[in-house]
Design a binder for this molecule. Structure first.
Ligand SMILES: [Zn+2]
Ligand SMILES: [Zn+2]
Ligand SMILES: [Zn+2]
Length: 185
């Protein structure tokens, strides 16, 4: 990190000489970029470790789909993923993308958002309980959560119906706090 900061510092000084912009401003911009790329790779790296631990190879297409999901600000359809990977000069066919998304879903690396059909990377890691979402119907903001006790309650309810539950799939649709406040005005 020290070396990295030294390089950033030197680079920004040279750049400032050429452009005449203030050093401080440039250091802030560069640090932001360095920091952002570190964060992105950490999330992808964590997913890669899970794949390997489960005995799956980290193929190029799997890594590309992970990166596309990681950089996305909203749920992605398989078509979106194909386009994003395509922008980097790589082609992935739909069957490959669906297979990868299916695998990521089984490993909790990514999830399908039920209300819009798109896929997002998991933000909870190995948190216990089924991973679910609250989705704002106004702005599209999504938040992931998991609650083991909620799962147990649902299991009990299903048991009353003589049913043995293996997995829960549900989603809440409504308004996020911002949209709800705006609506009250
Ligand atoms: Zn998750
Ligand atoms: Zn909202
Ligand atoms: Zn559950």
């Amino acid at each position: 990190m020290q070396l990295l900061l030294g390089n950033v510092n030197r680079f920004s000084k040279n750049f400032a000489k050429i452009t005449g912009r203030k050093n401080k401003e440039l250091i802030a911009i560069l640090l932001h970029l360095v920091f952002r790329s570190c964060i992105i790779s950490l999330v992808v790296q964590a997913s890669i470790r899970i794949l390997q631990a489960q005995g799956y190879k980290v193929t190029k297409p799997r890594r590309q789909v992970l990166e596309a999901l990681d950089e996305a600000q909203k749920p992605l359809s398989p078509y979106d993923i194909q386009r994003l990977v395509g922008e980097q000069g790589k082609h992935l066919n739909h069957v490959t993308i669906y297979r990868i998304l299916d695998l990521f879903g089984r490993l909790n690396l990514a999830h399908r958002v039920l209300s819009n059909g798109g896929f997002v990377k998991c933000s909870l890691g190995e948190k216990e309980g089924c991973h679910r979402f609250v989705v704002c119907r106004q702005c599209g903001a999504i938040q992931e959560f998991a609650d083991k006790e909620l799962c147990q309650e649902e299991d009990k309810f299903a048991e009353g119906l003589g049913f043995h539950t293996e997995y829960h799939l549900s989603e809440s649709s409504g308004l996020c706090s911002d949209c709800y406040r705006k609506q009250l005005k």
